[in-house]
Design a binder for this molecule. Structure first.
Ligand SMILES: [Zn+2]
Length: 156
């Protein structure tokens, strides 16, 4: 058994006489005294204060990160526009697909062409959406990396 030290008076405590409360150790003499109660109160408040401090830092970081400028605004816009146009193309592809499907019995060749064309257009659109999202994603990653680096640098 290792040596236990009373948190109040600092005297060595045998494990038998140790009293615990909120990770504190008191000797028989100190347990229940005003000073001991004060120490327990402080210990109890510590995690709360710690959590509050952490929350404040996180909020501050979030704000700093939010205010941080994008380096590749054009790329970001490109990504968003490309993604939006991609979705429109997907919708057009789906419409062409169903139009082809509906016309199959009237004009088989045209119907099949439209169905295949619709699938092809949809795939192109999805490709554009993915490409646009990838671009936006990379720009965001670049920004976050840079802002994290700058924030860490300013804090050290
Ligand atoms: Zn003591």
């Amino acid at each position: 058994m290792g040596k236990l030290i009373c948190d109040s008076c600092g005297n060595e405590v045998s494990s038998f006489s140790a009293r615990y409360g909120y990770d504190t150790i008191f000797c028989k003499n100190c347990y229940g005294t005003e000073k001991a109660k004060e120490i327990i109160k402080k210990r109890r408040e510590e995690p709360e204060k710690e959590a509050l401090k952490k929350m404040e830092i996180e909020k501050e970081l979030e704000q700093l990160n939010g205010d941080f400028p994008y380096h590749f605004k054009a790329l970001l816009s490109y990504g968003k526009i490309s993604s939006a146009i991609g979705w429109i193309i997907v919708i057009i592809g789906v419409i062409v697909f169903f139009v082809g499907f509906a016309n199959l019995e009237f004009d088989g060749a045209l119907g099949i062409s439209a169905i295949l064309g619709g699938i092809f257009i949809s795939i192109l659109g999805i490709g554009m959406v993915i490409g646009g999202q990838l671009v936006s994603c990379f720009v965001s990653i670049e920004k976050n990396t840079r802002s994290t680096y700058e924030i860490l640098k300013s804090k050290s």
